[in-house]
Design a protein around this ligand. Structure first.
Ligand SMILES: [Ca+2]
Length: 338
């Protein structure tokens, strides 16, 4: 008696044996079982993950809807960043039972990933597609903050690298807000300005300061750049960075110096107010104020130094008492620092 096992099921049949003595019969039964395999879900999608040093995992389930034991011989084929914590021996999945396996993803390298997991078994070798998108941190990064050259101060240029989400692939970042903090004042963050996102790799913004560096003091200002989205509650701040501004243009020289005796020995000098400095032939208003440093000596050919400095004033007149002196020579130097 032969049994063809290519169809699963419970079979029962009767064999009749006809003869010249007494017809009789023989009952024949057989159960042919068949394992089946079902993978749930059919695709593992980790979605968009932010790059970091952590590992995520998602499970899938191997089900056996058949009526014979399912034997999974091997689960393999994944490349980094995906991996699986499956090891032989075989996973045996009895009838109507299921088995859970985790796929892991190492999030330390940004990229778009798609891989296929191969599941070898005694029912039907099958596959599972796994996809993930690991993105760089979405924060913009300030590249540098530096003085704007050849100006009258009060401004720095902030240069930053875009948020990786400022990209046609995402269409997430709408612009960048710029915020300032005054280090010395311990003020809260002040909103300074906004730049529209334009899928550029780098951006720059000329930001105001309140004071410039002097010989004795460098007033630092701290800035952050925040990548903004259409959701006002979703934004990505850069790490803070700081810089300072420099008044690069010297004030013009005084003109129209006049001397007159004010009665007695009082010599009054006056001059035209200096309001501008000159760069490349163009006049730029002085922002930091002007100080007139008056030097004097009885020698015609004298040096301007600490010993010949008479006074520093912000007025445009000065009265010098010339008593006991036969003659006196003066020089007035303008400065944009006290
Ligand atoms: Ca100046």
């Amino acid at each position: 008696m032969k049994l063809n096992k290519n169809i699963s099921g419970l079979f029962c049949d009767t064999l009749y044996i006809f003869n010249n003595d007494n017809d009789t019969s023989l009952i024949v039964t057989a159960e042919i079982t068949e394992p089946l395999i079902a993978i749930i879900p059919d695709t593992i999608d980790f979605g968009i993950l932010e790059m970091c040093s952590e590992i995520d995992s998602l499970p899938f389930i191997i089900k056996n809807p058949g009526n014979g034991d399912l034997i999974v011989n091997n689960v393999a084929g994944l490349s980094p960043p995906f991996s699986i914590n499956y090891s032989t021996p075989d996973t045996i999945c009895p009838i109507s039972d299921s088995s859970q396996i985790f796929v892991k993803i190492d999030k330390n390298i940004a990229g778009l990933y798609c891989d296929t997991l191969l599941i070898y078994n005694n029912a039907n070798d099958t596959t599972l597609v796994i996809i993930a998108h690991i993105t760089e941190p979405p924060d913009p990064i300030i590249n540098y903050i530096t003085d704007v050259p050849y100006d009258q101060g009060r401004e720095v240029v902030i240069n930053w690298f875009k948020s990786p989400l400022d990209d046609p692939a995402y269409k997430v970042i709408t612009g960048y807000s710029i915020w300032r903090k005054q280090d010395w004042a311990k003020d809260p963050w002040e909103y300074i300005g906004f730049t529209i996102a334009h899928y550029f790799d780098e951006y720059a913004f000329i930001a105001p300061t309140i004071s410039d560096s002097t010989e004795g003091n460098i007033p630092y200002y701290t800035f952050i750049v925040s990548a903004e989205t259409t959701d006002p509650f979703l934004f990505y701040d850069s790490e803070p960075d700081s810089g300072y501004s420099v008044d690069n243009i010297a004030p013009n020289s005084v003109k129209n110096i006049g001397l007159s005796f004010n009665g007695g020995d009082d010599l009054q000098m006056q001059w035209s107010e200096v309001l501008y400095g000159t760069y490349n032939g163009n006049l730029y208003p002085e922002l930091n104020g002007i100080w007139y440093k008056i030097y004097g000596s009885e020698d015609f050919d004298f040096e301007c130094n600490a010993s010949t400095l008479i006074t520093t004033t912000q007025d445009i007149t000065y009265i010098y008492n010339i008593i006991d002196k036969e003659k006196m020579f003066f020089k007035v130097i303008t400065s944009d620092q006290p």
